[in-house]
Design a protein around this ligand. Structure first.
Ligand code: C2E
Ligand code: MG
Ligand code: MG
Ligand code: MG
Length: 280
């Protein structure tokens, strides 16, 4: 390697940088178009009552049907959407679609929608959510909002008031991915959650690591004391499910019960109004 290699490195670095920036701005432009052209789809994954195995509702999970790249998972574009502010129209699209779809399901099924921390900074968020409910006719009692701990770190007081407002109209609140972030237990007592969703990384180790059982069982005990329910995410095997039932979790979600699917592929036991939407 010659002494000049440092210089070359810079050149290469610059090129790599601009290629990356270019790719990013292409992706950003594509995402902007995707929102405008309705290339985003909402898929639904069931969650069940752990004891009975009865389906209780579905979580709405966004996907991007890219014209050349195929179906893109949210991890590939949500961060960019958050950096560019596109998460605001994207999030509104998902919420409105989910409420409209759920309004056609049997009335004992709820829909859970993920909200980004960035959306929490929007002044009109409450109005947007109430309008989505009113326009779809979905009773607020059938909507759950999932948020991660990062929302609670900033603007704690304002977010607390906002959460109380959602609850006052009947919307349920879930703390998503519990155990992956700062996981300060004080958040659980300080914010009015109805549900804690234990992150799938804990479920993965369940059957071979006794420590994971201990963690889950303490979360269950804690949640009971705070009058919250517990969902186990990412349940893939029957053994995991049996173990979680014994540990006392209230709800279970994961590939064992169903993968996220487009609405057309979901079967409902009772005649659902959604068939009217398909026919329309
Ligand atoms: P999340 O809210 O924690 O959603 C659960 C994720 O776990 C989903 O990934 C789901 O497909 C996956 N999953 C479910 N069961 C299993 C299982 O048994 N095994 C494994 N390995 N994975 C399972 P997905 O759909 O790729 O979504 C990833 C994340 O993207 C979501 O995590 C959520 O944080 C975010 N996201 C998805 N849709 C939206 C949205 O509309 N708005 C916002 N702000 N974020 C969203
Ligand atoms: Mg979620
Ligand atoms: Mg989660
Ligand atoms: Mg997640």
């Amino acid at each position: 390697r010659s002494k000049s290699s440092g210089r070359n490195c810079f050149t290469i670095y610059d090129k790599a940088m601009s290629a990356e920036l270019e790719a990013r701005s292409t992706l950003e432009g594509d995402l902007r178009d995707a929102i405008a052209r309705c290339q985003l789809e909402v898929h639904y994954q069931p969650f069940v009552d752990a004891l009975s195995g009865t389906r209780r509702g579905f979580e709405a999970l966004v996907r991007w049907r890219h014209p050349t790249r195929g179906l893109i998972a949210p991890d590939q574009f949500i961060p960019l959407a958050e950096e560019t502010g596109l998460i605001v129209p994207l999030g509104e699209f998902v919420l409105r679609r989910a409420c409209a779809d759920a309004a056609g399901w049997p009335s004992d099924l709820a829909v859970a929608v993920n909200l980004s921390p960035i959306q929490f900074k929007e002044a009109e968020l409450f109005e947007m959510i109430s309008a989505a409910l009113a326009d779809s006719g979905l009773p607020p009692q059938r909507l759950e909002i999932e948020i991660t701990e990062s929302v609670l770190l900033e603007r704690g007081v304002e977010n607390h008031a906002f959460m109380e407002r959602l609850k006052s109209i009947g919307i349920a609140l879930a703390l998503d991915d519990f155990g992956t972030g700062y996981s300060s237990l004080s958040y659980l007592t300080a914010f009015p959650f109805d549900k804690i969703k234990i992150d799938k990384s804990f479920i993965r180790n369940l059957t071979h690591q006794p420590r994971s059982s201990a963690i889950i069982s303490s979360i269950v005990t804690l949640a009971r004391g705070l009058d919250m329910s517990v969902t186990a995410e990412g349940v893939e095997t029957r053994e995991e499910y049996e173990r979680l039932k014994a540990l006392g979790v209230n709800f279970a979600q994961g590939y064992l019960f169903g993968r996220p699917q487009p609405i057309e592929r979901i079967l409902f036991d009772a005649p659902a109004k959604s068939s009217q939407r398909d026919a329309a």
